[in-house]
Each structure stands twice: as C-alpha cells, then as structure tokens.
Design a binder for this molecule. Structure first.
Ligand SMILES: [Zn+2]
Length: 144
C-alpha cells in the first residue's frame, strides 16, 4: 500500500507534514496538539461495550468538539488505528449523517443533543471515504 505513491499519498503526506506528531507516539498528546491546531477539541472517550449495533470506531461531532469512541477489548495498537482512522475522516472533511437525538443521548449523555451534528461510523471500507481514512491511519502508524 505504501509503495503506491500517487496523488493521494502526496495529499496525505502534506497534511501529515503539517501535523505535530509526538515522538515517541502518544495518542493523548497527539490529540492535544491536533486540538490546538484545529481550534476544535478532540476527545478520546472511554471504550464502549461491543455490540453488533456499533462499528468498531465512531466519531461524534458537536459544534465545538469531536468525540472519538472505540469499543472494548481492543489492543492498544488497534485503538490507535481506530483513533487515526477517525481523525483521517475529520482531516479530510468527510461528512457523516446527522445524529438522532436518541443516539446522541446514549453516546454523550452530558451533551445537549441539539449540539450534536454528525456521526462518522467505521464500516467495512466499502466507500472511498473509508479507504481514504484507512490510508491516513496506515501512513501515520507507519511513521511511528
Ligand atoms: Zn471510517
């Protein structure tokens, strides 16, 4: 995958070059630096119980904050991959469907559902956007 250095590789490389990726890798520090750069908070949320209804990663955006969820039972590497995949969607400006009030209340009980704008779920890489986010995650993890 990394051998195919086409236009997409160059686009992501220039985005990645503009990021301040901590060395050694630290997901909390990565999110803190990225939050400062974007002027929007990124919060890693506690892992959710794994149910068939949930993809293995999920990003819920409000007017001020992007909340990233993973599900229980993942290795740290897999969790980092999920985090970066969701960040890839955010950096690429992918739009998810709007969130129902029910889902908003379930995932973010302390947040007013009216402030929740969209949800990005991780599916089975069927779409171009999924592949794009996956590509970003793979590139960043390869840099560590
Ligand atoms: Zn995705």
């Amino acid at each position: 995958m990394l051998a195919a250095r086409g236009r997409n590789w160059r686009r992501w490389r220039s985005i990645i070059n503009g990021l301040d990726i901590p060395v050694p890798w630290d997901s909390t520090e990565f999110c803190a630096r990225l939050s400062a750069r974007r002027g929007r908070e990124i919060r890693i949320m506690p892992a959710l119980a794994n149910t068939a209804a949930l993809p293995c990663g999920l990003c819920v955006s409000t007017t001020s904050t992007d909340y990233i969820f993973s599900v229980e039972g993942m290795t740290p590497l897999h969790r980092d991959h999920i985090l970066l995949h969701e960040v890839g969607h955010l950096l690429a400006g992918h739009d998810g469907p709007p969130v129902s009030d029910d889902t908003a209340r379930r995932l973010l009980p302390d947040v007013d559902p009216a402030l929740v704008r969209r949800v990005l779920g991780r599916t089975v890489y069927s779409t171009r956007e999924e592949m794009d986010a996956e590509y970003f995650a793979t590139l960043v993890l390869a840099l560590r």
